[in-house]
Design a protein around this ligand. Structure first.
Ligand code: SF4
Length: 165
């Protein structure tokens, strides 16, 4: 099972999107490679920011960090979501853990040409730590969390698992 140091951006994204998805993911059930949505996301990402170098924090991999220590993340969706913000916050948290004074996250949405900037405040730090604790709570739960409403599952790569009787 994972511990706090293993918690990465994908865990945080799933925590915010669907706890059941997170629970399955930590058990090695990962059908994402079959998901057209994920492939489209990767294509948008690759086509949008080929000049920047990803940063590998072992459990987490962020798109790039600028000279003023802002984390930049490229998103394939059209609209900002709480999961995007949480991921950016998590990367700042991890950077600070390795001694880099991350200032916050800048989220880029190439499809709609929007950019959002979230400073890494003390409140953001507390929330980042709470998110990690919550990921671990879901991960160690003996039973899978409830499904979301059917309409919220559209495009999810775990649909077969959750909805095939
Ligand atoms: S199909 Fe729905 S309930 Fe199942 S993991 Fe995906 S989003 Fe969650």
């Amino acid at each position: 099972m994972i511990d706090a140091e293993d918690v990465g951006g994908v865990h945080i994204k799933y925590l915010y999107h669907c706890r059941r998805q997170l629970w399955l993911y930590v058990r090695g059930i990962r059908p994402e490679h079959l998901s057209a949505t994920v492939q489209l996301g990767e294509a948008v990402h690759d086509a949008s920011y080929t000049r920047n170098t990803p940063v590998d924090l072992e459990a987490a991999r962020l798109d790039f960090i600028d000279g003023a220590h802002w984390v930049h993340e490229i998103k394939s969706s059209s609209r900002p979501s709480p999961a995007d913000q949480a991921q950016g916050r998590h990367y700042c948290h991890r950077l600070r853990r390795v001694g880099i004074e991350a200032q916050g996250a800048v989220l880029h949405y190439p499809k709609t040409r929007r950019t959002q900037r979230f400073p890494y405040t003390p409140q953001a730090e507390a929330q980042a730590e709470a998110d990690i604790a919550e990921v671990l709570a879901v991960a160690t739960s003996p039973a899978s969390p409830d499904r979301l409403a059917r309409s919220a599952c559209r495009g999810c790569s775990f649909t077969d698992y959750c909805w095939t009787e």
